[in-house]
Design a binder for this molecule. Structure first.
Ligand SMILES: O=C(CO)[C@H](O)[C@H](O)COP(=O)(O)O
Length: 224
């Protein structure tokens, strides 16, 4: 299994102090900044775009930025986010008319590419594009809002995705997003995830480092 990555979702950060929040969570040991883009069309919420991604880079953030596009259409946002400094760009297959083309656009812009699967979206969307995937993201809540509860059926879906990835022979991360907490991250890891998005569990805590350390300890316990 790869090194596990903790990716705090800035959806739950204090947007009035975003640069400082990102600095603090990275100083607390986070590996990746998870950046949720919502368009009030694909999902019923509206958040942030490429200008904010660029602002974080200009602020001095050098950590990977994991841009999760909850937008439709997808393609016209790709170049803007690549230019703004995105490391990963992921999108929902239902939101793209041409999945292979969207993945190619992301890769040719120099970013890592991924597909995101809602709780009820079947995994077969990845079948013919595995050679173009750097990450598969399983949503363990319905997208649009932070602070929801982890949907337990996602554990079986993670096991299924892990099997597909391992059998493909490609180097693809398996990311999980939604309701990830200290008390369930061990079983999520055991089901196959290696990249963990957590919003409210981290940003609603007073001490980010304690939560991230506790998450890593639970992962280590589950792996031993
Ligand atoms: O993509 C998202 C919602 O669409 C968020 O990243 C996700 O829900 C994280 O928040 P929390 O850890 O509080 O569940």
């Amino acid at each position: 299994m790869k090194e596990c990555l903790i990716a705090p979702s800035i959806l739950s950060a204090d947007f009035a102090r975003l640069g400082e929040e990102v600095d603090n969570v990275l100083a607390a040991g986070a590996d990746v900044v998870h950046f949720d883009v919502m368009d009030n069309h694909y999902v019923p919420n509206l958040t942030i775009g490429p200008m904010v991604c660029k602002a974080l880079r200009n602020h001095g953030v050098t950590a990977p930025i994991d841009v999760h596009l909850m937008v439709s259409p997808v393609d016209r946002m790709i170049a803007d986010f690549a230019e703004a400094g995105a490391t990963y760009i992921t999108f929902h297959p239902e939101a793209s008319d041409h999945i292979d083309r969207s993945l190619q656009l992301i890769k040719s812009a120099g970013c890592k590419a991924g597909l995101v699967f809602n709780p009820a979206t079947p995994l077969h969307y990845m079948d013919y594009v595995m050679d173009k995937l750097d990450v598969v993201l399983l949503m363990s809540v319905n997208p649009g809002f932070g602070g929801q509860s982890f949907i337990p059926a996602t554990l079986d879906k993670l096991r299924e995705a892990r099997k597909k990835i391992d059998e493909s022979g490609y180097d693809i991360r398996l990311e999980i997003d939604g309701g990830v907490k200290v008390d369930n991250i061990g079983e999520i890891y055991a089901a196959g995830a290696d990249m963990f998005v957590a919003g409210s569990a981290i940003f609603n805590a007073t001490d980010y480092k304690t939560v991230i350390d506790d998450m890593r300890a639970e992962i280590a316990k589950a792996g031993s």
